[in-house]
Write a protein that binds this ligand. Sequence first.
Ligand SMILES: [Zn+2]
Length: 393
Amino acid sequence: MTAMAITGIGELVTNDPALGNAVLGLVPSAAFVVEDGRIVWVGPAARAPDTDQRLDVGGRAVIPGFVDSHAHLVFAGDRSAEFDARMTGQRYTAGGIRTTVAATRAAADDVLAANLTRLVAEAHSQGTTTIESKSGYGLTVGDEKRCLEIGAMHADETTYLGAHVVPEEYVHKPDAYVDLVCTEMLDACAGSARWIDVFCERGAFDEAASRRILQAGIARGLGARIHANQLGPGPGVQIAVELGAASADHCTHLSGTDVDALAGSSTIATLLPGAEFSTRSPYPDARRLLDAGAIVALATDCNPGTSYTTSMPFCIALAVREMRMSPSEALWAATAGGARALRRLDVGRLSPGARADFAILDAPSYVHLAYRPGVPLVQQTWKDGRRVWPSDA
Ligand SMILES: [Zn+2]
């Protein structure tokens, strides 16, 4: 087996406190060795073992690849006109999703796959190496099934989100739609998804429906995650903790009880500041969650309506500037935090046994991700020990 040393690293973020300084496990003047797609050795460059191949990164910083644990990448169409209207003073309501549903249903499989692979490549170019993608723009048995099958081919993790919004044709019989989501649609989708999700929100699914939908998925062996407390206070976070969900996502409007529940559980609070940015809404209070002891992840929520970005560095910059997270807390949340939100132990860290998923930054320190907002600092992205950006193609 060919081993490769990545050396000349000015600052290595391992996310393993046993390997280096502080929670990020920082190692200065570092190297690591990759074999068969995995990290097999990490330490000071001066002590690196001999290997057949070497890549000297010239003093740049190297970080674990970003783990984007919340995205909606299987869709067709564009909602720039809606964004334009909203930025001109209109308020967002959940119904905008139906615009994308109509476009997605009308799109052929190859159109959906091409859009998805374009977005995954865009994410790679910004340092993301693990990305989750949800269904939720089909909302018929056949369309949800094909969206998940396409998602499973190109995304790392897939989530069944038949309960994204009640589709037009069920507006006058929403209970019948919940029945469908929990039975025939679940049967069709469970094989292509690891997770089940529900948009628990006024205008989408209420407490009883959300609980029923997640329980149906759990009974089929899917892990639970939930869109919770995004547009206003609600029961989403409590349901997440009660059902042992891996993650409660958005967490923008939390009560003290919600914060305490998250802090006392293994449910990750996944914050999605791209959504607040794109809807000109107040940001979630990351500081309050962290100070209470909750575990925080950052993700893009990439979707065509309310957060059309694949950029984890952009989310880090927002978290630092607008949500009072420190640069180290934001980087951890975008890597190790995302891995926890997906219950993955093999990503989000650069220590022996982990996947060789990493980004080389055109900067001496990870701090530049927030210090130099909007600047494309990712020089190379590697996944499973193979360079995925720039691609050779
Ligand atoms: Zn979402």
